[in-house]
Design a protein around this ligand. Structure first.
Ligand SMILES: [Zn+2]
Length: 417
């Protein structure tokens, strides 16, 4: 098994040698022996610092093809006039090409995992396997689009792909309470529970969703899921913009996680999640980008900084300090999807970013975490490691020029340009 030594890398304020073997961090913060060094590839990391990478808890990867296609209009008009007609034209190949562009962008901005809710999942999975990062690939359910046959095919797919591969997990993804009814939602939760998979859904994203739910069911969307009996530690809910105090304590008590997507929420005019209150409730919070048609990028760093700033909108500057929001975007995101990663520590999976200490935004170096969270952007990322292997080295990803060219040609053709 390949061994890697990151030599003289800055970690916790001092230069150290870190050993990666068996795809895990095997020695951090202690001297390496001759035996450790045997047959290891040594990488000189002088001038580089190591930090955990990002885990993107909510995304629709192939929607990169729709980046900049339609913006700045009300949600309903945006969906019905532009997004849905464009998506109806997407082929298997287009999903593959769009996902490749998404994964390239994510790697270059320091992300090694994404949870993907989309269709034609085989093609998303193919790209993830090829490009060396991790994903939770969604089996997506939406009753307005799926025929009964599709729904049964989805359940068959779940059963056949229980433990897909070491970097890819399957997650059961009923789209939302407004596109999936009680019976199907319960069935999704049951299979996810039985097979130890994550159940992922959009939840309380817009005021319309909350009002409609109250009108139809006499309760909030979170209370509805509680009533269905599916609110537990298996549930990872995206958005949660409009939670009541009661919703928050229900989710915290159940151990359900929430993924914040503030760039998308602000751009679509959906609102601002009550981050400080959510933190106080004890909920597990991660961060996601959502799709590139509503963000419009997949840069977790931007969302991380925004989460930290919006949390302080309660008037208290000590809410969610840099180290805590960094944890949210890294370790807590990994935890929500049951991945033992996101921490540079012995026994954890070897996922990491190497930051270039020469980058102007990382200087002067009073405090690396502060500089990384509040000052820097992805241009400070020198290299990205996932599962003990470099997926970007010295800012280069294999095949990147062709990926961009192919995505551009495909998107313009689909748009009829
Ligand atoms: Zn979404």
């Amino acid at each position: 098994m390949a061994k890697l030594i990151l030599q003289s890398v800055l970690f916790q304020g001092k230069k150290q040698d870190i050993l990666i073997s068996e795809k895990k961090f095997s020695k951090v913060g202690q001297p390496l022996t001759e035996r450790d060094r045997e047959k290891a590839e040594v990488v000189n990391c002088d001038g580089l610092a190591i930090v955990p990478p990002f885990y993107n808890g909510h995304c629709h990867a192939a929607m990169t093809l729709l980046r900049g296609y339609a913006d700045d209009m009300p949600l309903q008009e945006w969906l019905t006039k532009y997004i849905w007609p464009f998506e109806a034209k997407l082929t298997n190949k287009a999903v593959e090409i769009g996902t490749r562009l998404a994964v390239l962008e994510m790697i270059k901005s320091g992300t090694v995992f994404f949870a993907d809710m989309y269709w034609r999942r085989e093609y998303t999975m193919k790209v993830v396997k090829e490009m060396g990062i991790r994903a939770a690939i969604g089996v997506t359910f939406a009753e307005n689009l799926d025929t009964p046959e599709h729904i049964e095919e989805n359940f068959d797919f779940v059963r056949k792909h229980l433990h897909e591969s070491e970097r890819v997990q399957i997650a059961v993804m009923p789209h939302s309470i407004y596109l999936v009814g009680e019976k199907l939602f319960k069935r999704c939760a049951k299979i996810a529970h039985e097979e130890g998979m994550v159940l992922h859904t959009h939840l309380s994203e817009t005021l319309k969703e909350v009002r409609d739910c109250n009108k139809q069911h006499g309760c909030s969307p979170v209370e509805l899921l509680d009533r269905y009996g599916v609110l537990d530690e298996n549930l990872v809910a995206a958005h949660c913009v409009h939670l009541t105090d009661c919703d928050m304590s229900l989710m915290a008590d159940a151990g359900a996680a929430s993924i914040l997507n503030p760039c998308s929420n602000l751009k679509l005019g959906s609102g601002i999640p009550k981050i400080a209150k959510m933190l106080d409730s004890g909920m597990l919070l991660g961060i996601g980008t959502d799709g590139a048609s509503s963000n419009n990028n997949l840069d977790m760093h931007e969302d991380m900084k925004l989460v930290s700033l919006l949390a302080k909108a309660n008037g208290r500057a000590d809410t969610l300090p840099a180290c805590e929001v960094l944890n949210m975007a890294t370790a807590h995101g990994a935890m929500a999807y049951n991945i033992p990663a996101g921490v540079i520590s012995e026994g954890f999976l070897a996922d990491a970013l190497l930051l270039d200490l020469k980058n102007e935004r990382l200087n002067p170096l009073h405090n690396l975490e502060s500089n990384w969270v509040y000052a820097a952007d992805s241009s400070a990322i020198h290299s990205v490691i996932c599962n003990g292997k470099f997926v970007m080295r010295n800012r280069h990803v294999d095949g990147e020029e062709d990926i961009v060219k192919e995505a551009n040609a495909c998107a313009l053709k689909l748009a009829g340009k």
